[in-house]
Design a protein around this ligand. Structure first.
Ligand SMILES: *Cc1c(COP(=O)(O)O)cnc(C)c1O
Length: 471
């Protein structure tokens, strides 16, 4: 398999070349040259596989520069009951008739980002060892991404993590999760400022090409193709659990922010997995819902980006969205470039409502969308708990709310559970008048010793800190 850029660059790298890279040289995102098709016979053969076995089969279609035995060992080591809590890894639970929850949040940090990040950690360690190289991951987080990255990279050879977060602004549970890590290769930096300051620092450091080269700075952000590819697997696993034959279709409802999760669903559907609808659920930050309703993609400024009770979906633009638009436009790199590079920069928006391609987002690609507000979230959490005794987190609640609006008779709707309620305890208490249950292994983590360096929002000081801690 070769990879191409959504903006038409001529390079055609292989998987391991793009694994350690972010953007393509022209600023586009990488996608495979084509989506391998899975036949009816293949689906039948995959039905009986373990999650790790299924992951190996799916990944093998996209990776041909890692020997099969090595890739198999990486999948087996990643997707274990010890790490993800159950043998099924992503068990399906029924709610009301036709509605299911697929549990993606039983990994080390209790959010679905572990599903991809745990694999990424093992792939990085493997590839860096093979090349005899090192990597220093620099990131900015307001919660889930940073902790998933740290738990994936802790103790890994050849990798260090420098994770910035806004000082005092993450939930106490999230701070405890990250700052209690004592691994030498994990560096928490609490920046005195807001999340945007952290992102600006990461940008400033990455734009210093000399520093970047000298200190081998890399990222693990959500535009990494390997993360997306890992997420394709659980669409297959959910489908197999909800159906008995390949003649049946299912729909997925996906709490969405940067469009990474649901883009993996788009890839699975494009491979021939019998998916009816892909339902994009947003919170008050409804950039994506607006696009699927109107054809207008309008990036928000920071003043228009709301702080909500499903904070991992508080986005001003959806960084993976370009991948879908590229497919929607018949993989026209020139057109994608002019929308994302030129029009977004000059106007902050583009409008496809008059383009015949836009109608295909629903008719050909199965997309539907909806939005959920704080009041919806509280009502959905309460209702789901009262009727089914199931506590769901705030992001999953957005998914359930929008899923119910899109239910079709005879088609199971699978809502992806993207985090556990304990991560967002304050809103659960607001909805239910009681705190969420806490998995035993997280009892008392707030009291553990913390390993964190508080620093001013100053890119030069953070560069110096990195330089002192590499070697
Ligand atoms: C990251 C995240 C999302 C959004 O996922 P995208 O891939 O960015 O669309 C939703 N819910 C939770 C809990 C998350 O951590």
């Amino acid at each position: 398999m070769k990879y191409l850029s959504t903006r038409g660059h001529a390079d055609r790298p292989q998987f391991c070349d793009i694994l350690l890279e972010g953007l393509a040289p022209d600023g586009g995102l990488y996608l495979p040259e084509f989506y391998p098709q899975v036949s009816d016979a293949t689906l039948t053969a995959w039905r009986g596989l373990s999650y790790a076995g299924l992951a190996f089969e799916v990944l093998s279609l996209y990776i041909d520069d890692i020997p099969a035995a090595d890739l198999k060992a990486i999948c087996d080591k990643t997707y274990t009951e010890a790490v993800f809590g159950t043998q099924e890894i992503v068990p399906l639970r029924p709610l009301e008739d036709g509605l299911y929850l697929e549990a993606l949040s039983n990994g080390p940090t209790l959010a679905f980002k572990d599903m991809a990040m745990q694999l990424l950690g093992n792939l990085f360690e493997y590839e860096l060892a093979r090349r005899g190289e090192e990597l220093n991951i620099l990131g900015a987080t307001s919660g889930d991404t940073g902790s998933a990255a740290e738990y994936a990279m802790r103790g890994k050879k050849g990798v260090r993590v420098f994770m910035t977060s806004p000082d005092g602004r993450m939930s106490p549970f999230q701070q405890a999760q990250m700052f209690s890590l004592q691994d030498e290769n994990i560096h928490n930096i609490a920046v005195v400022g807001v999340f945007d300051d952290c992102q600006d620092i990461v940008k400033a450091v990455s734009n210093d090409l000399e520093f970047k080269r000298q200190y081998k700075i890399g990222t693990v952000n959500s535009i990494n193709w390997a993360r997306l590819m890992a997420q394709v697997v659980y669409y297959f696993a959910g489908y197999f659990q909800a159906t008995k034959t390949n003649a049946e279709k299912v729909s997925f409802a996906v709490p969405s922010g940067n469009f990474g999760n649901v883009c993996a669903g788009h890839v699975a559907r494009s491979m021939g997995l019998p998916i009816d609808k892909l339902v994009v659920a947003t919170n008050e930050n409804d950039v994506l819902d607006e696009f699927f309703r109107t054809g207008v993609y309008r990036v928000r400024g920071s003043a228009d980006t709301h702080e909500t009770s499903s904070p991992s979906m508080d986005i001003s633009k959806a960084s993976n969205f370009e991948r879908f638009v590229f497919d929607l436009l018949g993989r026209d790199g020139g057109k994608t470039r002019s929308l994302f590079h030129d029009q977004l920069a000059s106007q902050g928006s583009f409008d496809l409502s008059a383009d015949p391609a836009f109608a295909q987002a629903a008719s050909r690609y199965g997309f539907a969308s909806g939005k959920s507000t704080h009041a919806d979230r509280l009502a959905t959490i309460r209702d789901t708990y009262e009727r089914f005794g199931t506590m769901i987190d705030t992001h999953t609640a957005d998914g359930v709310k929008v899923a119910r609006e899109q239910l079709a008779p005879g088609v199971p709707m699978i809502v992806l559970e993207t985090a556990l309620p304990i991560k967002f305890a304050a809103t659960i208490e607001e909805a239910l008048g009681q705190p969420p249950s806490r998995p035993a292994r997280f009892e008392g983590i707030e009291a553990l010793p913390k390993r964190v360096k508080v620093m001013p929002a100053d890119a030069d000081l953070i560069k110096r800190y990195i330089a002192e801690n590499v070697h």
